[in-house]
Design a protein around this ligand. Structure first.
Ligand SMILES: [Zn+2]
Length: 164
């Protein structure tokens, strides 16, 4: 079994009334959007980076810039799918996400977010863990300036048995 970490953070775009806050492919109403050229889905970006940690093929950066700036694709689900194409024979086992922010309150959205991410990764909801914290306001995320996400993915090489 192997595991990989991914991280991302974005600032809130308080002045933008046209963009929605997307987290894990889910629209979160009543909260400011995040700043970024893409849809700025910080959860999917952290996951995409974790997939890159497994595959060694980086997507966020040159590849996502090409998709976003030159092809006009701002949907972060496309970047995640692009990263997943490089898994080869690796089989995802579990995703663990830790989200740090002051706002919005995420606990009501976690079940739907798990379902969305499970669908994107081809896992069941029982293979997704999501926690959210404000970190007692010790960071800019905890003070309400943006959102940070850490993601850890584990995966199995061919022949790995994980049913013990
Ligand atoms: Zn990002």
């Amino acid at each position: 079994m192997i595991a990989a970490i991914g991280q991302d953070s974005h600032r809130f775009d308080f002045a933008n009334p046209h963009k929605k806050l997307l987290l894990g492919g889910l629209e979160i109403p009543g909260a400011p959007p995040l700043l970024g050229n893409s849809d700025a889905d910080v959860v999917l970006h952290a996951l995409t980076n974790a997939v890159s940690g497994l595959t060694g093929v980086n997507i966020l950066g040159a590849v996502s810039d090409e998709l976003c700036l030159n092809q006009g694709i701002s949907d972060s689900r496309v970047y995640l799918r692009e990263a997943l194409q490089h898994l080869g024979e690796l089989r995802l086992l579990h995703a663990s996400l830790s989200i740090e922010c002051k706002t919005p309150k995420l606990s009501p959205h976690i079940p739907a977010m798990k379902a969305e991410i499970a669908g994107l990764l081809g896992l069941s909801v029982t293979q997704i863990g999501i926690t959210a914290t404000s970190g007692e306001g010790l960071t800019d995320f905890g003070r309400g300036e943006g959102i940070q996400v850490l993601a850890i993915l584990s995966a199995a090489r061919p022949g790995f048995k994980n049913d013990s």
